[in-house]
Design a protein around this ligand. Structure first.
Ligand code: ADP
Ligand code: MG
Length: 418
């Protein structure tokens, strides 16, 4: 489907074509017409499928059509990076219109506070906000959400994971009940449905696929001991000299610095940087910009980056360790092969990560190809298809006669069987 077929305003169509969007993606094709008709929408699609435009285009069309004034549209997102990115995309789409927008998120500098406050008091049309910062402004009394026509919850699953549910409920209290609400999520976990039931009215459900990495991603994995991992990165980079944009994920912030410096030590003249939520906002933006501009070849990041952030042309994603939440795997891997391109994702699995990786394989509904570790790196840990009984600490189970059978049976611990 082309965007012309949506019968939207010329100014919007022109901007879309400037942004080099030619065909609507499947989620756009299905959800935009419903949203244009004014329905509430609950959309589930993997990362990189074009959800942003799915909600921005109908919002902008409505604002143009109704010559909207003041604050009419609120987009709630989990992270500041995502807020900035959506604002940038919105500025592209609204280039030929009068619509104004502002990203509102927590920062370390007092000066953006005043700028954000002005956005509220001077009637900016679309606010893209993180929940905590929006509430902070709301408490000061100058924010008027009574004319909100559109509410979007983007990355709703992430917001729930991050514990924003109470904040979101609080914000809902300020918004008119009569409005259009759109909710987006990469997964449809039961909690997401529950939230949807409370905030959407007769929603149209659009679901593109269960959470699976985009088709264009080649996934593989190596079994590796922690001390072999940096050498393995070196090996992979030597095998792929044409790769110019590589994203390495680790679950632990404190590993970032050591990975970056180990890589720099091993590989001559390589440009590598780290980024995490510990970095100041402007520092994070600069690091991201250098990576996007391909001035930095390797970026080492925690999961703050794995959701929603859109960087084109990443050749390779390396999971230095296996993410704790299987959905994070999908998000990490989704950073490569954005919108139909090809990409590669490699995961390093140490012995203690096997169980976690099995959960990921269960989620994506297929095993990931395990590659043999290059011989010069030494002996790899062994991938075990059947795992031994997890070792656990039976503190409460000291009544041996009563629980005799427990030790022979399969212990069903919390979270172990999920
Ligand atoms: P999601 O939110 O589903 O993860 P995004 O909205 O961030 O995905 O889109 C991923 C990338 O694909 C972005 O770079 C976006 O500009 C691009 N994109 C989205 N829709 C289209 C389209 N119809 N044609 C071309 N590129 C698109
Ligand atoms: Mg998105």
């Amino acid at each position: 489907m082309t965007f012309e077929e949506l019968h939207i305003d010329e100014k919007l169509l022109e901007a879309i074509s400037y942004m080099k969007f030619e065909k609507a993606s499947p989620i756009q094709e299905q959800a935009i017409p419903l949203a244009l008709e004014g329905h509430d929408v609950l959309a589930c699609a993997q990362t990189g499928t074009g959800k942003t435009a799915t909600f921005l285009i109908p919002i902008l069309q409505d604002l143009i059509q109704n010559e909207a004034h003041g604050l009419t549209s609120l987009i709630i997102v989990p992270t500041r990076e995502l807020a900035i990115q959506i604002d940038q995309e919105l500025q592209g789409f609204s280039y030929f219109t009068d619509t104004t927008s502002k990203a509102v998120y927590g920062g370390d500098k007092g000066m953006d506070w005043d700028e954000q406050k002005r956005a509220f008091t001077e009637g900016t049309n679309v606010i893209i906000a993180t929940p905590g910062r929006l509430i902070a402004h709301l408490r000061l009394g100058y924010v008027n959400l009574r004319h909100i026509r559109h509410l979007v919850l983007d990355e709703a699953d992430r917001m729930l994971d991050m514990g924003f549910i109470d904040d979101i409920r609080q914000i809902l209290g300020y918004i008119p009940i009569k409005r259009q609400t759109m909710m987006f999520s990469a997964t449809m976990a039961p909690e997401i449905r529950k939230l949807a039931n409370t905030i959407l009215v007769n929603p149209k459900m659009v679901s593109i696929a269960i959470a699976k990495p985009a088709e264009g991603v080649t996934q593989s994995a190596y079994m590796a001991h922690p001390y072999q991992k940096v050498d393995l990165i070196t090996h992979i980079l030597e095998q792929n000299p044409d790769y110019d944009s590589i994203l390495i994920f680790t679950s632990t912030k404190r590993m970032i610095h050591s990975i970056v410096s180990a890589i720099k030590k091993k590989i001559r003249n390589v440009t590598a940087e780290g980024i995490s939520s510990d970095f100041e906002q402007n520092e994070r933006e600069e690091v991201l910009l250098r990576f996007k501009a391909k001035q930095t070849k390797i970026l080492v990041a925690t999961d703050v980056l794995s959701r929603g952030i859109d960087i084109k042309g990443i050749n390779l994603v390396i999971n230095f360790d296996v993410p704790k939440d299987p959905a994070d795997y999908v998000h990490r891997v989704g950073r490569t092969a954005r919108a139909d391109a090809k990409g590669e994702a490699v995961t390093f699995i140490s012995e203690s990560d096997i169980l976690r990786f099995k959960k990921i394989e269960a989620l994506i509904e297929r095993p990931v190809n395990k590659l043999p570790l290059p011989a010069e790196l030494g002996e790899a840990p062994v991938w075990k298809d059947v795992l031994p009984k997890p070792q656990r600490n039976h503190k409460k189970r000291n009544n041996h006669s009563r629980h005799k059978h427990f030790h022979h049976g399969k212990p069903k611990g919390k979270g172990e069987n999920k």
